[in-house]
Design a protein around this ligand. Sequence first.
Ligand SMILES: [Zn+2]
Length: 44
Amino acid sequence: MSYKCSRCKRDVELDEYGGVRCPYCGHRVLLKERAPVVKEVDVR
Ligand SMILES: [Zn+2]
């Protein structure tokens, strides 16, 4: 599964590592990568 570090914005591959942590900067908040949701809202 692919994640993105919320601090350094690098792509992080998580294995059965035992912890959720960015290997580059050590940050612990990773964002789940998913298809960008582009929504057009018609605001009037
Ligand atoms: Zn990071």
